[in-house]
Design a protein around this ligand. Structure first.
Ligand code: 6PG
Length: 245
């Protein structure tokens, strides 16, 4: 069951989502002594990360927050295409976090995307030894083709039954670089999945993704990511504009 949260504009959607994430992560920390989140890349979350970074820096639980990435471009962390760099310049600005709790995909130290995926999978298995559940929150974006993380329509990564991280040698959409992506077996063990989309250019794919599927599975990867406890789409009014109410 997908729940929609629609807000008037990108700023109010980002403010509301930052407050929501704070609530879920704080609750997880109270219950387990830590909280865990995977971040998405792209351009949509930049303002969200700025707001959350300013809010979380003064909160005691944030020093125990463990941060991962849902996907990463196979570029240096200093590259303008790096999802890590996006977070470093927004959410993580100011150094409020414990650096040993920030787990970027090792694109700098790995010779290939495949090696980086294997290395990252080892980090995930160390972080989530129970294997039955993984993240408290998986924050996801949606691309114009319905991809999420770097799970693209029709690619074999969507059919991966067991591995938690995979290389993506060829991205069909810009930036046309190799990537590393978390997989459905990992993401679908997350308690809360949030899909965050704003802007008129997302209205069509959001409508397609939220439309009932007549039979079988939707071909859109973003629809395949479901939280064990909840799946919530945070949208602004224009991104939600074509969704039947
Ligand atoms: C990536 C992202 C990807 C992103 C969508 C939306 O590495 O590209 O993780 O899944 O969330 O492509 O990107 P925008 O926010 O730029 O539209």
């Amino acid at each position: 069951m997908v729940h929609l949260e629609v807000h008037p504009n990108p700023e109010s959607a980002a403010q509301a989502l930052a407050a929501f994430l704070t609530g879920r992560l704080e609750r997880a920390d109270r219950s387990t002594g830590r909280s865990t989140i995977s971040l998405c890349g792209g351009s949509t979350p930049a303002r969200l990360y700025e707001i959350a970074g300013r809010s979380w820096r003064d909160q005691p639980w944030s020093r125990r927050l463990q941060i991962y990435w849902g996907d990463e471009r196979f570029v240096p962390p200093t590259s303008a295409q790096s999802n890590y760099r996006l977070a470093a310049e927004t959410l993580l600005a100011g150094g409020w976090f414990d650096p040993t709790h920030v787990h970027p995909v090792p694109t700098q130290s790995s010779p290939t995307p495949d090696f980086a995926a294997q290395e990252y999978e080892a980090v995930l298995h160390t972080s989530f030894p129970a294997r039955s559940s993984t993240l408290d929150v998986a924050l996801m974006g949606i691309g114009p083709d319905g991809h999420t993380a770097s799970l693209f329509p029709g690619q074999p990564s969507l059919r991966e039954p067991t591995r938690w991280a995979l290389p993506v040698p060829n991205s069909p959409l810009p930036p046309l670089v190799a990537r590393v992506t978390l997989t459905l077996p990992f993401l679908n063990r997350s308690r809360t999945v949030v899909v965050f989309a704003t802007g008129a250019e997302k209205a069509s794919i959001v409508r397609q993704a939220l439309a009932p599927v007549c039979e079988g599975e939707s071909p859109l990867p973003v629809t395949r990511v479901q939280g064990t406890e909840e799946t919530i789409w945070f949208l602004d009014a224009v991104a939600a504009g074509a969704v039947p109410r």
